[in-house]
Design a protein around this ligand. Structure first.
Ligand code: PEP
Ligand code: MG
Length: 759
């Protein structure tokens, strides 16, 4: 009598449901399960093997000799059972003994049985056991029966997890859908450093708590609602990304959308619900089946599409289960390496920096704010590592070697040792740099430069003492806004600024007023009051937003003025595009100052106002602006993206344009000359200044003040102390008048010829 897959699985599931709800001990439940399945599939044998201490142990059987229970053990890859677990694949054979992996175990008495079907029991992408049926007649099990077995295996994984029968992850011999061996994959250097730890996915895999449905209609309803919500999200995403004129992006998004609306997918999930699974289990069940099918297809294009489907499936699971949290919200347990496609700066800041040892991104670029935040946190980041979700499973040991642009997955003991040894050398080098903290950044021809640090978190201030820097040249005040769940009140802003000034002592601190918007969106601020921004980096951000949201800026001005009472307050405004914007911001501060004064508050002794040069247009009106400034600071991160019209966070553009290109260097030369002419101190506070060769080039343009990431202070001091500035200035004049084919190579050559120490 032909039965539908749903009906046959449902009948079994209804009976399993009662077993699972019963108060019997785990072994008793497993014994009942093998009987139910054997009966339902009309099979003489049904057995459950579970992974224990690295081997697959026969835990329960109907039809094989009972003496074999807890006696018969198979290694991963051994026999049919071991093969199923090792490859996470289903086997369906009419003659088991004919299979090359067949291993006969006399104690089981299985020689009477010819046909064999086995499916893996999967938990968190690992095979944790095998469910097998055997039959005396040589016949293949039909599709419907295999489907039913696979569905039952899902339910079993819940049962054995609840009964604590699963080997802890990594407990030897466990296998995954991904590859299991050691792998070395290339990446792109985003934040220097080395880190070892366990892989943690930013968006963790959903743990399915219940697999058997109580009420099938209710489950169906839940899945429909989740589909609606997911499709809404995808529609919004695709409509925001209007690229026009075709192109890879558009194609990818279109396919993604096509999958989201795929009737076949939703129908299969529906059928799985019909068979008695909960919404979550049904989504996972369909996903498992797709994974198994796709693994047999060796087509990279299809594999990419598989990622999309995997992504959508996870999205659907998250929606339906309400498990929307990230790994940060769940809390890191140990030395962790965070894995994500990409992250926002606020998302990264949510992590406990003591446990977060490194970050591996599928995308990422050098000047994206998440990279800057990671640099500030001292967390190494390797970007643009392809295929990470396929290669890595949660909990895998990883070695991140950003210096070598590589990631080692599941290292061998020898690799671990070599890594440790290298880490030691790096630490020694770092110690050598740290020893420079009491040495001034003076060039060999006696020119004293100013090397300051960029900061933004309270703890960053410690970097001043650790590096012996001359002050904080850029304090990114928006970091406090990014880490808090609501808009920080004046009091908490004032406290932070005061703490920073106290810790800095007589070293100057330059506070930059909030630079939010762009890739630093605040969830609690209505960024899109004028509709979604198509290009937030060039949108309503930084000073533009602050001048429109006067209240926000006033609160910050008051907090800064109060915090700096009795001292000098250095304040600068980000993204000034025209001189009037600077004037307005300054007036706002002055009005607050007057107000405080009128109420008898103690005021800063002196206020110095500066502007950031990040928008190229400002360079054309410097003659108008400079006379009103106390200082100018060039933000080369934004400046470069606007000069080259290249999104600073775009992974594909990450290496396309060079900071050492004649266009940037000539631009900076002009600005430097104008500032010098007007006698206005000029600094560079973008990431460029923290890289030894780039910093050397800046010095060669006559720039004397750098504000850089703390980790770079040692290497930059070492470079400065080996540099003849006057000679470099002359050489660079020539290079910029008649640029060589490759400016970077020419500067590297010059450094090598003149003994400049480039870390
Ligand atoms: C810059 O743009 O160079 C800069 C220093 O500001 P931020 O990186 O915070 O945008
Ligand atoms: Mg900027």
């Amino acid at each position: 009598m032909p039965v539908s897959a749903a009906a046959s699985a449902r009948e079994i599931l209804t009976r399993l449901h009662d077993v699972m709800a019963s108060r019997a001990a785990a072994q008793g439940k497993l014994n009942s399960v093998v009987n139910i399945i054997g009966e339902a599939l009309n099979s003489e044998v049904c057995s459950i093997y579970l992974l224990r201490e690295g081997a697959l142990e026969l835990f329960a059987t109907r039809g094989l000799a009972q003496e074999a229970v807890h006696v018969t053990k198979l290694a991963m890859g051994e026999g049919l059972t071991g093969t199923i677990a090792a490859n996470v694949e289903t086997l369906n054979l009419d003659e088991a003994a004919a299979h090359p992996d067949f291993a006969y175990r006399p104690e089981t008495g299985e020689d009477r049985f010819h046909s064999y079907a086995g499916v893996p029991i999967i938990r968190k992408e690992r095979a944790v056991g095998v469910l097998a049926v055997q039959h005396a007649d040589p016949r293949k099990y039909d599709e419907v029966e295999i489907e039913a077995l696979q569905t039952v295996a899902m339910v079993l994984s819940e049962l054995i997890a609840n009964a604590g029968l699963i080997d802890p992850a990594g407990g030897g011999g466990t296998t995954r859908l991904q590859s299991t061996g050691t792998a070395r994959v290339p990446g792109f250097k985003l934040v220097e450093g080395m880190a070892a730890g366990a892989a943690v996915f930013h968006q963790p895999r959903i743990i399915i708590e219940h697999t058997v449905a109580e009420d099938i209609e209710a489950e169906r309803h839940r899945v429909y609602a989740a589909f609606d919500k997911m499709r809404e999200q995808i529609d919004r995403m695709t409509s925001q990304a209007e690229f026009g004129g075709g192109g890879e992006h558009e194609e990818v998004l279109e396919t993604y959308k096509m999958f989201a609306y795929d009737e076949g997918w939703s129908r299969r999930i529906n059928e799985a619900i019909d068979s008695g699974l909960t919404a979550e289990a049904a989504i996972e069940r369909v996903q498992q089946r797709t994974r198994m099918r796709m693994r047999q297809i060796d087509d990279p294009l299809l594999r990419d599409r598989m990622h999309d489907l995997e992504d959508l499936s996870n999205r659907l699971l998250r929606i339906v289960s309400g498990q929307l949290g990230t790994a940060a919200q769940l809390g890191l347990r140990q030395d962790s390496i965070l894995i994500a496609r990409n992250l926002g700066p606020a998302e990264l800041l949510e992590y406990d920096r003591r446990r977060l040892k490194g970050v591996v991104l599928e995308e990422g670029s050098l000047t994206a704010h998440v990279t800057i935040v990671a640099r500030a946190m001292g967390v190494p980041v390797l970007g643009r590592v392809k295929d990470i979700r396929r290669l890595i499973a949660e909990g895998d040991r990883l070695l991140v070697d950003v210096t070598e642009d590589t990631l080692i997955i599941r290292p061998t003991a020898a690799m671990d040792e070599a890594f440790e040894a290298k880490l030691l050398v790096t630490q020694k080098r770092r110690a050598a740099f740290a020893a420079l903290k009491n040495e001034a950044p003076v060039t060999t021809d006696g020119h004293r430069l100013t090397v300051m640090v960029n900061a933004g978190l309270r703890d960053d201030v410690a970097a001043l003492d650790l590096t012996g820097a001359d002050g904080i040249g850029l304090f990114r005040t928006e970091f406090q806004f990014l880490v808090s769940a609501t808009l920080p009140q004046r009091d908490s802003q004032r406290r932070l600024y005061k703490d920073v000034l106290d810790a800095a002592g007589d070293r100057p601190v330059t506070f930059r007023t909030v630079d939010i918007g762009g890739d630093k969106a605040l969830p609690y601020l209505d960024h899109d009051e004028n509709g979604e921004e198509e290009n937030p980096a060039m949108g309503w951000r930084a000073l533009r937003l602050a001048l429109d949201r006067e209240g926000l800026m006033k609160v910050q001005a008051r907090a800064l003025l109060e915090a700096a009472a009795g001292r000098t307050l250095n304040v600068m405004f980000p993204m000034v595009s025209e001189p009037w914007e600077f004037d307005e911001a300054r007036t706002l501060f002055e009005t607050q100052r007057a107000w405080l004064e009128s109420r008898g508050h103690k005021l800063p002794l002196h206020i110095r106002y500066g502007a950031m040069l990040e928008v190229p247009a400002l360079a054309e009106v410097l003659d108008l602006l400079l006379p009103r400034l106390d200082f100018l600071s060039v933000g080369t991160n934004d400046l470069t993206q606007f000069l080259f019209a290249a999104d600073r966070a775009h992974p594909k553009l990450a290496v396309r344009y060079d900071w050492l290109s004649p266009s940037i260097l000539r631009f900076l030369r002009r600005v430097t000359a104008e500032a010098a002419e007007a006698d206005v101190p000029l600094a560079v506070c973008g990431e460029m200044g923290g890289r030894p060769l780039e910093a050397m080039a800046l010095i060669g343009l006559g720039i004397d003040r750098l504000s850089i990431t703390p980790a770079a202070v040692g290497p930059i001091k070492a470079m400065v102390r080996s540099l003849d500035r006057a000679k470099l200035i002359t050489a660079m004049r020539g290079m910029l008048d008649r640029p060589p084919q490759d400016m970077r190579a020419a500067l590297e050559q010059w450094a090598a010829d003149h003994g400049v120490e480039l870390a």
